[in-house]
Design a protein around this ligand. Structure first.
Ligand SMILES: [Zn+2]
Length: 340
């Protein structure tokens, strides 16, 4: 997002790589008052659509949008519905459970994965993007598509064992402990520091977003530590309520308040992602509620996930996508015109 704008209204956009159709959608979004768009850039895009993504991003900027990109499902350790071949190309750089089982998820500590991500940053720079959403980075087992057993944890790969030993002077334990927990958190922060510093060196705006716990209200310490990183500009939260243990208003309120607190303490902008996928028929009003709660708490930088309530993608589609999507921008426009 453009850090100078007092108000932003954005949407993610994915699943269409036909530039002529993208252009039509961009015109529609412009008319609806959108200021920002997020284009996902997956491993598939890196491999087959580099030039097309550049065209799509250029077309977006030509319409006046600020363009964010996200590393969609890259290495299977970021948010997104996409396949990954990183584990085929670099099996040595993937996470390993305490029992030595190799997983398809990339290891945040492995230099090969960090290099891969820097190459991705270089690629999205060439495509012309303005901002990067470091979206929902997570270790295996914390969400994602390839779950592990409840009693399994990562990462005890050779690289992680080596770093643990170097830092603590003893072998990495084979059992879960607070030391292991701390090590994983430190590793995540170290990874994000290296990535956001690198992206900052290329003039990107860095946005950090961790997926909120939907079972219990919890703010892991890595949220605050990530917000302290020098390269980070925006702290975002995406409290997607469908399937959460709490009703919409309460759920949004809690995570928005936490995000605002963390952002303010670190002089960062704060951004809220509103759910626009898997909204059931008759529950579209929840989108409006989420927007209102965010607005009343003081949020002025909004995004929604995603375009037309993901009606084009059966896995994510809302039952009545047009209505759910309209409830996002329609509500925001009303709030903005009332209160300025
Ligand atoms: Zn590892």
């Amino acid at each position: 997002m453009d850090l100078m704008r007092p108000f932003t209204m954005g949407t993610s956009y994915f699943g269409n790589r036909m530039v002529q159709h993208v252009k039509k959608d961009l015109e529609t979004l412009k008319k609806e008052g959108y200021t920002d768009i997020l284009h996902t850039v997956s491993e598939n895009d890196l491999k087959f659509y580099r030039g097309t993504m550049k065209e799509i991003i250029e077309a977006s900027k030509k319409e006046g949008f600020t363009v964010t990109v996200s590393p969609w499902s890259i290495g299977l350790v970021f948010g997104g519905e996409a396949f990954s071949e990183f584990h085929i190309l670099h099996p040595e750089a993937c996470q390993v459970t305490q029992h030595g089982k190799q997983l398809p998820q990339a290891c945040f500590n492995h230099p090969e994965f960090r290099k891969f991500m820097k190459d991705w940053v270089d690629a999205v720079k060439k495509m012309g993007a303005d901002a990067i959403l470091w979206d929902e980075p997570h270790w295996a087992g914390n969400g994602g598509w390839y779950s592990i057993k409840d009693d399994e944890w990562t990462c005890r790969c050779k690289t992680c064992q080596g770093i643990f030993e170097e830092k603590s002077g003893r072998q990495m334990p084979g059992e879960w402990s607070t030391d292991v927990e701390e090590f994983r958190k430190d590793s995540m922060i170290d990874f994000l520091k290296e990535m956001t510093d690198y992206a900052k060196g290329k003039d990107f705006t860095n946005i950090i977003c961790f997926f909120p716990n939907r079972r219990k209200f919890e703010v892991p310490s890595e949220w605050e530590e990530a917000a302290c990183l020098e390269g980070v500009d925006v702290f975002a939260t995406d409290p997607y309520w469908v399937g959460a243990n709490y009703e919409v208003e309460k759920f949004i309120s809690f995570y928005v308040e936490q995000a605002i607190r963390i952002a303010e303490a670190n002089n960062l902008k704060v951004q809220l992602y509103i759910q626009n996928f898997r909204i059931e028929e008759g529950k579209e009003h929840q989108v409006e509620t989420a927007v209102r709660v965010g607005w009343e708490k003081g949020i002025r930088h909004f995004y929604t996930w995603g375009f037309n309530s993901c009606g084009h993608m059966s896995f994510l589609a809302s039952d009545r996508p047009e209505k759910a999507f309209e409830n996002y921008h329609g509500t925001l426009r009303k709030l903005k015109s009332k209160k300025g």
